[in-house]
Design a protein around this ligand. Structure first.
Ligand SMILES: NC(=O)c1ccc[n+]([C@@H]2O[C@H](COP(=O)([O-])OP(=O)(O)OC[C@H]3O[C@@H](n4cnc5c(N)ncnc54)[C@H](O)[C@@H]3O)[C@@H](O)[C@H]2O)c1
Length: 374
């Protein structure tokens, strides 16, 4: 299979590493405007290391050495069976890259965008043969995430959906499918989680480290603030209108305004900058935030129930598993429902809703939660 990858930045590198590692028969052409020589040398260096450490046989090494190339010319993607785009989040640049690629590839070549927020129909607006156009959202770090979102368009054919799902499975990821306003849903619930952490930081008047101490059992690997730090304010503070589920508009706009304020005050937009910036800015206050883990759990479970009621593409089991994996919470949503109980979770949501007016905190009745979590 010939695979094209457009963009070799933070995500492009991770996606390349996954494809290169998992798809033994794939030939990968990377279209990137910078650094073809350096990037080629770095991949060869990794292969050399693999051979030395006996992670690769000589035969596998020889095969891999000829299975990739870097280019800055769209024409070099002409023989691709599918092309994955991982250019930075700019609809104009993504559109023009896909136009150039669509001009050279066959009408059957699948075109997949890794956008984390932009409208997928708008990215492909001017591309003919929409039955081959998809959103394919990998999470960072790609190696560690269990799920990849396949965001489908009404025009996609069953055959093309099948091919895209197989690609995800062959890469060792579980696919989950979303349509319409639920496109890139896992990233939307992740954004709500980060937004709620910011809301708690503000309203409880405590420091990030005080909240992190409360979150430690909920998140075994990376808590909501560490997620924000690893993605970076630049990407997380993008236009909240890009997210299309209206109940979350208020909370997402609130957090977006806050992040843009921090950027204006000097927080770098790049990944790895937030925790240092905020640690210097907000010190421990000693104020009570004992309820923070329950509050975060209430937000996550509530959003999950609302999604389960509203979007029917996935089984409740699959969506709950994907939420747990993507948000990095220690246990399943059902576990936390049993742990805290409906009464305590609803009391917190009612409090948040009354104070903020945000739709994200409005909840369905207990019978609906019981249906999914008991
Ligand atoms: N960063 C994350 O944590 C993350 C997570 C999931 C999804 N995403 C999405 O993945 C995409 C890529 O994000 P990123 O963080 O890797 O961006 P990035 O800025 O790190 O990398 C983008 C790369 O695209 C290259 N590029 C730009 N224009 C190009 C063109 N016309 N042709 C070829 N290459 C071009 C740039 O040189 C750069 O190397 C975005 O849509 C983003 O929303 C990012």
């Amino acid at each position: 299979m010939n695979i094209g990858l457009i963009g070799y930045g933070k995500m492009g590198r991770d996606i390349f590493a996954l494809l290169f590692d998992k798809l033994a028969d794939a030939d990968i052409t990377v279209l990137e405007i910078y650094g073809a020589e350096e990037n080629t040398a770095a991949v060869i260096k990794t292969l050399d290391k693999g051979l030395r450490r006996k992670k690769l046989t000589q035969e596998q090494y020889d095969r891999k050495l000829g299975a990739f190339r870097f280019t800055d010319k769209a024409e070099d993607l002409k023989d691709c069976d599918l092309v994955i785009e991982a250019i930075f989040e700019d609809i104009g640049v993504k559109r023009s890259a896909f136009s150039r690629v669509a001009d050279v590839v066959s009408d059957k070549c699948l075109l997949l965008t890794n956008t984390s927020s932009l409208s997928i129909p708008e990215i492909f607006e001017n591309i003919p043969h929409k039955e081959r156009c998809f959103g394919l959202h990998f999470f960072y770090p790609v190696k560690l995430s269990g799920f990849t979102e396949l965001n489908i368009l009404p025009e996609n054919t069953a055959e093309n959906i099948e091919t895209a799902l197989r690609l995800v499975s062959d890469c060792g990821k579980k696919p989950i499918v979303f349509t319409g306003k639920y496109h890139i849903y896992l990233n939307q619930i992740l954004s709500c989680m980060v937004a709620h952490a910011i809301y708690l930081l503000d309203t409880l008047d405590v420091s990030v480290s005080e909240l992190q101490a409360q979150f430690s059992e909920l998140y075994p690997v990376a808590d909501a603030f560490e997620v924000l730090d690893s993605i970076g304010l630049g990407l997380m503070s993008g236009d909240p209108d890009n997210f299309r589920i209206s109940r979350n508009e208020g909370l997402l706009r609130y957090s977006c305004d806050k992040m843009n304020k921090w950027i204006a005050e000097g927080c770098p937009k790049e990944p790895g900058s937030f925790l240092g910036f905020i640690g210097e800015r907000i010190s421990d206050t000693g104020n009570n935030c004992d309820n923070a883990a329950l509050s975060m759990t209430a937000l996550i479970l509530n959003e999950t129930v609302n999604a389960l009621e509203d979007s029917t593409e996935n089984s409740p089991e699959l969506l709950c598993e994907a939420v747990q994996d993507t948000l990095g919470i220690a246990e399943s949503p059902a576990h936390y429902y049993n742990k805290y109980g409906a009464e305590a979770l609803f009391a917190e949501l009612d409090r948040l809703s009354a104070v903020s007016g945000f739709g994200s905190y409005q909840h369905k009745e207990k019978a609906v939660w019981d249906k999914y979590f008991l």
